[in-house]
Structure formats: structure tokens, C-alpha cells
Design a protein around this ligand. Sequence first.
Ligand SMILES: [Zn+2]
Ligand SMILES: [Zn+2]
Length: 259
Amino acid sequence: MKFCNIASGSKGNATFVQTNDTLILIDVGISYRALKKQCEIMGIDLSRLDAVLITHEHSDHIKGLKTLSQELDVPIYMNPLSYKEATKNMGDILHVQEEEFIKPIVIKDCEISAFRHTHDAKYTQGFSITDGNKRAVLATDLGKVTDGIYKKMQQADFLYIESNYDLNTLINGPYPQYLKARIASQLGHLCNSESAQTIKNLVLEGKQRFMLAHLSETNNTKQLAEQTLMNALQEIKATKKDIELYIADQRMPSEVIDI
Ligand SMILES: [Zn+2]
Ligand SMILES: [Zn+2]
């Protein structure tokens, strides 16, 4: 199983998971043109795409979706509530399969399940994808890590987890008060320390591979996110050497990671 993040953050999100038989795109939050360009650079063949999964209808997750649906004949799995809201803003999207993920779905050699996040969209979900051998779990745009979400994370061989903001940077930053409150609420985003504490607990259980994601360009830096995580790991006498850490970028695709 391979994992490649193309873009991550409030200006757009797109991530690929690829198995022997299957190529899956999670979110189309950058323009289709930008996606195509990045795929060419990364050697990802979009004509082989088997499915698109949408986490939620915020524009940083669906900006390029309509054009993609016109260019590629590929099923797009969306929650019905997200779909309804998305069509209000962008009109008809082709090839959508309204899917509630009441049970896992199978696409070729992949089994995909979804779990609901607390976040201020009509419906927001994370995904857990396995080829029967390894499992990637993606969890961004969530206000808190509930017990249910943590249980999903415990199953991950590779966890893509939000580390959106540094609390002090947010408080002292330029955003208006209502937006600061929204981000920090349980319907907003995960801050560095929430993400770090979650990873710390997973490291205690033997998990090692993580990608910090959806970092705010205004209220966070990679250095702050990483330092907060290292401070949390210090509490359990772990260091950088004990984990394999990646940090997703808004503009630069990650390497293609073998899970
Ligand atoms: Zn987002
Ligand atoms: Zn969102």
C-alpha cells in the first residue's frame, strides 16, 4: 500500500492511497488543473483512478471536484448530507454515489470504512482503508478525538492526523474573535497539543508511523507542530528516533510512502 499527500491545509486537500489493484483519491480540494499537474510530477496516473472519497463539503476539500467529475468517469463517494450541501454551491456533480458507510465498502482489493467527525460541516468523516495487509487511517477536520475515533486510529499502520493550530499562535494571531472561537471549538480543528497527546498514546501502544496534516499557515508552523509532538513524546521517554514522522505541506506533495 502506498500513500501520497498532494496538498494539505485550508487552501486545499488531496491525498492518494494506492494498492496493488486500486487507486483512490481522498478529497479534491485543489483545482483539477493543479491536481493533474502534481500527479504528472509524482507519476500518478489519474486515468487509473478507481474512486474518489470525500470527507466533507468545505471548499478546501471539494474545490476541484466538479471539474474532476466532468473529466473522469470515476465514482465519487459522498455522504448524502455533504452532497446536498455541495450541490447548493457548485451545482450538479457527476458520478456521485451517495454513501453513508453504514458498513465498509469494497473497491477491488480495498476495503473502506468511514467514521464521523465533530466538525462544522453538514457531515464530516474520516476514512480507514485496508488492502487486507496494511491499513491507512485519515483523520483531519475534527474538533476532538472521540473514543470512537481513537479506536479507528488504533488500527492504523499509518495515521494521517490533523495538527491544525498552535493555541498561543491562534490566540495572538490576526483572525477575528469569532473565527478563533470556531477553530478552537469541538466543531473546529485539532490543535498541536491534542494531536500530540493522541500520537503519544498511540506510540505507547506501539504505533510508529504518522503524518501531521492540515497545518494552518497562519496559526501554526511545522516547527511548532513537531516541537509540541516531541515534548509530548518526552513525557513517555520517547524521541524522534522512535517514530517515523512526516508533515504534510500545503504546496509540496509528500514523498510516496510505502505503508
Ligand atoms: Zn479542511
Ligand atoms: Zn472543514
